[in-house]
Design a protein around this ligand. Sequence first.
Ligand code: R5P
Length: 275
Amino acid sequence: MASQFLSKGDILLHQFPDNETYVKILSPIKNADVILYATLSQPNQKILPLIFSASTARLLGAKSVGLIAPYLPYMRQDTVFEFGEGVTSRYFANLISKNFDWLITVDPHLHRYKTLHEIYSIPTYVLSANDLISQWIRLNLHRPGIFGPDAESHPLISSISEKLNVPYFNAKKIRLDDNQVILSLPTIEGSFSFAVIIDDIISTGGTVIQLIKFLQQTITQPIVVIAVHPLFANDAYNKIISCGIRELVSCNSIPHLSNKIDLSPLILNSISSLL
Ligand code: R5P
């Protein structure tokens, strides 16, 4: 087990009155392989303290500095949609690649990029929550049908439906703006007792709410929603719950009261193989 090789270190982070960050690493790390674990939802306020911590680890003589970011932000702006826009996924990848020796993450939002290697120049280890999500469904829902809201959800929902040997249905999504999307679904065939919507990221909730509404007009089975990365911007969580679904469940890549699927065994295993 990786935990045999790991010891927990302490960092003191302090905000000065003007909001600049003070960093002090309290644990001895000379010649150590240092791993920083960061929840990178709301990344703008976290990234400077993270980079400063990595630089301080190097100053103190760390042999290597790796990053575990179960949720990898800035993956969705993966092209120039309109002239003048920045491709922030690349800028973010450059920043991380310059400051870390390797990265472990879970189900990053890969759409136009097929792999993280296209933008990250350090070794990246991409884990998937699909086994843990399948396990949760197997234990909690009898005869599920799996639904994905867009093309990007296809790898996740197809692998989960294969593991569970149950049908899946993949919607098509057209995004109008940050909050509004239009969805269309293929004919729903086959028998199932629960409709399980699975998406990698829930941010405003607009995407899953459209799919919930569509399904509520089409089928009578109870609906369960599962998110790998529960960003839940503003009041997204309450908006989704108030749609009248059976349950909203998430992985703990971002701490939230909906967390029911623990990613730590997955991450610990990957550290074991890495070490
Ligand atoms: C994008 O394609 C992702 O897979 C999610 O569907 C999307 O980020 C969800 O965003 P929102 O909750 O704001 O609709």
